[in-house]
Design a protein around this ligand. Structure first.
Ligand code: TXA
Ligand code: MG
Length: 361
């Protein structure tokens, strides 16, 4: 796609929202702040607007989008009445559970997979019979959704397979010239994408992508054990969550993970990179000592530490990866904590595993 816009970036106030509304009503694409990561929004009901999202991102057509809704539409009845969700394909237990999750987590970082209704084109769902829906929590994006009175399709506002943007400047760096407008709503407070959950006929919940809502929270809300789609790095594309590419969120520099239980594998991998002059070492809390003796002795180290609190770490994760990727270091080494099972650690682990996938096989 050629450069065609002189991309503007405006603070996300009433005037900017009015301008964004006009663009979206005209079928254009706008960069928007959300509480998770910045998104690339367009009218989900218009195939040509949806097509522009895929073009601006360079996204493969088999990767479905998430549809964002105004807060005033946040009930299953309304989504069915508006033709966005096909209620005839939901059992009674699924309806109950969907309503409970909407009441508990919307607005917020939870995406629910539901049967796609007739008001939404197949392209927004990449041809699937289902689609992800969420009501975001960012006041600026909610203002835009209310102003448009439309469901807005919005993937993360990065070029396909790159690191998701958590600030307006990141969107500019990714998409300058490819979209007309970016709304600047400040740094995204959650910092990783929404948790995506699917329900089966009996109402069993499954996490398709870890994100801003933890598994423990979903379990206490639903009163059931919530399973997850375990990442299978042997596969490039997972059948159930078609967008969950093995290689994703990728920095352009070699990125290796150092897990406390995988020191030897790490040592072999870093040797395979050849001589390194400088390594950026990212750790959570004070675990940088774990790398001692495992890094090439000739390399100088630039250490960077994120908090051991998973919410705080998630908030800064993508910005930190982006900064390290543009630093003079030849490689990025991330030291992971031992226990990644709770809070936002599964989401952080997932993003970092994908970020390093290219250099891990
Ligand atoms: O936090 C978020 O969810 C951000 C902000 C902008 O809202 N959006 C986001 O969108 O992360 P995106 O396009 O980067 O990721 C959407 C993912 C797809 O990759 C796909 O895995 C999943 O949503 N998805 C969408 N529809 C699906 C469906 N019917 N079945 C399974 N997965 C689906
Ligand atoms: Mg994305």
């Amino acid at each position: 796609m050629s450069v065609k816009f002189d991309t503007q970036c405006l603070s996300c106030g009433p005037e900017a929202i009015a301008q964004a509304t006009l663009l979206i009503r005209a079928g254009q694409v706008v960069g928007v702040p959300t509480e998770t990561v910045y998104g690339l929004a367009a009218d989900a009901t218009r195939p040509e607007a949806v097509q522009r999202i895929y073009e601006a991102k360079g996204r493969p057509a088999h990767n479905p989008l998430i549809v964002h809704l105004p807060a005033s539409w946040a009930s299953l009845e309304q989504l069915v009445a508006k033709g966005l969700v096909d209620g005839t394909r939901l059992g009674s237990r699924e309806r109950e559970l969907a309503s409970l999750l909407m009441q508990t987590y919307w607005p917020g970082p939870l995406t629910l997979i539901l049967p796609r209704g007739p008001a939404l084109p197949t392209s927004v769902a990449a041809g699937l019979p289902t689609l992800g829906f969420r009501v975001p929590q960012h006041a600026g994006f909610l203002g835009l959704l209310e102003s448009c009175q439309l469901p807005l399709a919005a993937p993360s506002a990065n070029r396909s397979n790159r690191i998701s943007p958590t600030e307006a400047a990141h969107v500019m760096a990714e998409l300058r010239g490819r979209i007309p407008l970016i709304l600047d709503g400040g740094p995204a407070p959650v910092g990783v994408e929404s948790t995506i959950v699917a329900m089966d006929r009996g109402g069993a919940l499954r996490i398709l992508r870890y994100g801003g809502v933890s598994r423990e929270d979903l379990e206490s809300t639903s009163g059931q054990v919530v399973s997850s789609l375990e990442m299978n790095l042997a596969q490039t594309v997972l059948i159930e969550a078609p967008g969950m590419m093995r290689e994703h969120y990728a920095p352009s520099k070699p990125t290796l993970l150092l897990r406390p239980d995988g020191l030897q594998a790490f040592a072999a991998r870093i040797r395979s990179l050849g001589p390194l002059r400088q390594i950026a070492l990212l750790s959570f809390g004070q675990r940088a000592d774990l790398a001692e003796g495992l890094l090439p002795p000739e390399a100088s180290l630039v250490e960077c530490e994120l908090p051991l609190d998973s919410k705080q770490a998630a908030q800064l994760l993508f910005k930190t990866l982006r900064d390290l990727d543009s630093s003079p270091a030849d490689a990025i080494v991330v030291i992971l904590p031992q226990d990644l099972s709770r809070e936002l650690w599964p989401a952080i682990n997932d993003r970092l595993t994908r970020a390093s996938a290219r250099w891990s096989s």
